[in-house]
Design a protein around this ligand. Structure first.
Ligand code: NAD
Length: 316
């Protein structure tokens, strides 16, 4: 394929992506604020379409994408692209799985430490003029059992980080976890129910699929220890939030940290979806910032630029 391709970038991405593509002779239209209606009008003119999180590439858009050969997501999950419709039309869909590994794993460490030491509450109380030292008896991560559900890119990265904090790692995945990796981090492989009933912190790193939708439900939550904490930085829909709310209110588990939610506002919005869950004292939440680091965005942009060029050169 020639390098003389037209590219539509629909979301805000690190400038390096635009630079690399242009240097390689591609014609780039950078339209980070483009609306769905405008995409439908213009998509027919482009060979390659690039999105991050804000834009949803629907079947209706794909039907109008007469020249398009490639859709790229500068991120990991592909749930904002109708991949079935794209594949049916022979359009290749690529993502940047490598970009977010470290950023998400580090966020999980931050969330675990925040849960263990109630750092957000300490800060809030001091702002209100308090000095809540007596109430803030925390726990340490060292020596605790971290259960990781999903040992892919992010799960593995988290295991390595947590090992450095002297945590014991228990892991569950639907595919075999490589032995050299289990030896490296001292991971004990187990089934999901044993993991849920024995871990002190449980972190989820699975994709959203039919089989992971509401993977964490009332029955699974009932297996967790009363002292255990749940962390979700994967996709909101893997947890039945109504069941989680109940378990937290009744103190059946100690707490939860959530970077992702079952219902999230549009990524361009700065207003939260109101919820009883995020108001609970034993919940810490962040607005889907897992991959939101400068380093992760630059890495993902580089990965996508490189993949596009390799594809055009026929190398991959
Ligand atoms: P990955 O594909 O490398 O790993 C996912 C792992 O989950 C695989 O090993 C897979 O076998 C396993 N898995 C699938 N179904 C399972 C099940 N039912 N039970 C146990 N394991 C199962 O993906 P990744 O790059 O590690 O990303 C993991 C998740 O993190 C994805 O959902 C992604 O969308 C999400 N993510 C979130 C953010 C954020 O901003 N919070 C950023 C990047 C990625």
């Amino acid at each position: 394929m020639s390098m003389n391709q037209s590219v539509l970038i629909c979301d805000q991405v690190a400038p390096i992506l635009n630079d690399i593509l242009q240097k390689n002779g591609l014609k780039v239209s950078y339209e980070p604020e483009i609306t769905a209606e405008q995409i439908k009008e213009k998509i027919g003119n482009f060979d390659i379409v690039i999105v991050r999180s804000r834009t949803k590439i629907t079947k209706e858009m794909i039907d109008k994408a007469l020249k398009c050969k490639l859709i790229a997501r500068v991120g990991v999950g592909l749930d904002n692209i109708d991949t079935d419709a794209a594949t049916a039309k022979g359009i290749r869909v690529i993502n940047a799985v490598e970009g977010a590994m470290n950023a998400v794993a580090e966020l999980v460490l931050g969330l675990m430490l925040s849960l263990a030491r109630e750092i957000p509450r300490a800060d809030r109380k001091i702002r209100e003029g308090g000095w809540p030292k007596k109430d803030l008896m925390g726990i340490e991560l060292s020596g605790k059992y971290l259960g990781i559900v999903g040992l892919g890119n992010i799960g593995k990265k988290l295991a390595r980080h947590a090992r450095a904090l002297n945590m014991n790692i228990i892991g569950y995945d639907v595919i075999p976890i490589p032995d050299d990796f289990t030896r490296e981090v001292g991971l004990v492989k187990t089934d999901i129910d044993t993991l849920l009933s024995s871990a002190d912190f449980i972190s989820f790193h699975v994709p959203l699929t039919e089989s992971t939708y509401h993977l964490v439900n009332k029955e699974k939550l009932s297996k967790m220890k009363k002292t255990a904490y749940l962390i979700n930085t994967s996709r909101g829909e893997i947890i039945d939030e109504a069941a989680l709310l109940q378990a937290l209110k009744e103190r059946k588990i100690a707490g939860a940290a959530l970077d992702v939610r079952e219902k999230e506002p549009d990524p361009s919005s700065d207003t939260a979806v109101g919820s009883e869950l995020t108001q609970l004292p034993n919940v810490i939440s962040t607005p889907h910032i897992g991959a939101q680091t400068k380093e992760a965005q630059v890495l993902a942009a580089n990965v996508i630029a490189e993949k596009i060029i390799m594809i055009l050169r026929g190398v991959i």
